[in-house]
Design a protein around this ligand. Structure first.
Ligand SMILES: [Mg+2]
Length: 200
């Protein structure tokens, strides 16, 4: 039976690991070798002088003008393609503010994210439908949208989404990422291949 599957955008569909490291290098940060991905970079940067501001500046770039240099997580296209062939309805539902905290250029982050999707080829290949992409300005609005769309499954890299008041009951909760001691009722997947297996 066809399913209604909701998917978060940042760090669930879109991987920023390499982009953040690239931006940090461009800014002249002397990064330790073998620094993992985005989270490790953030934790390292925050320990540096004025690190929090530096981190916010990188975010303004990565989620704004430079977003088209980010990438889809490995396996996304294959799995979306399988679901598309099954006839599943796919929705992207994301909490995204309009502007970044440390941005002087006034780049619209929601538009930047749409540009990324446009360029990814997912619309062209009909793996996603442009009318089924929602960027909301608060987490509350995000969970309200998930409820309104009647998603049966939701995939997100943040447990906070599932814990938000108003997150609809009975929705299957798939947490994507490291998944250290997830709360009851949440299924963990460390890769999109694993998501594909769990939601076969
Ligand atoms: Mg996310």
């Amino acid at each position: 039976m066809a399913r209604r599957i909701g998917i978060d955008f940042d760090n669930t569909l879109v991987c920023y690991d390499r982009l953040f490291l690239q931006l940090a290098q461009e800014e002249g940060h002397a990064l330790p070798t073998n620094l993992g991905g985005k989270t490790a970079l953030r934790d390292w940067l925050r320990l540096q002088p004025a690190g929090e501001i530096a981190w916010q500046r990188l975010q303004a770039q990565a989620y704004g003008p430079r977003i088209t240099e980010a990438s889809l997580f490995e396996g996304v296209e294959e799995i979306l393609s399988v679901w598309h062939q099954r006839g599943d309805q796919l929705f992207v539902v994301s909490h995204k503010s309009l502007y970044a905290a440390q941005d002087q250029e006034g780049v619209n982050l929601q538009q930047a994210a749409r540009n990324f999707l446009e360029q990814s080829g997912l619309f062209e290949r009909q793996l996603l439908n442009v009318e089924q992409v929602y960027f909301e300005q608060s987490r509350q609005a995000k969970v309200a949208r998930i409820a309104e769309l009647g998603c049966e499954i939701f995939i997100d890299d943040l447990v906070e989404t599932f814990a938000e008041q108003g997150f609809p009951q009975g929705v299957r909760q798939i947490l994507f990422g490291e998944c250290l001691s997830p709360p009851d009722g949440i299924e963990c997947c460390r890769s999109w291949q694993e998501i594909g297996r769990v939601l076969e």
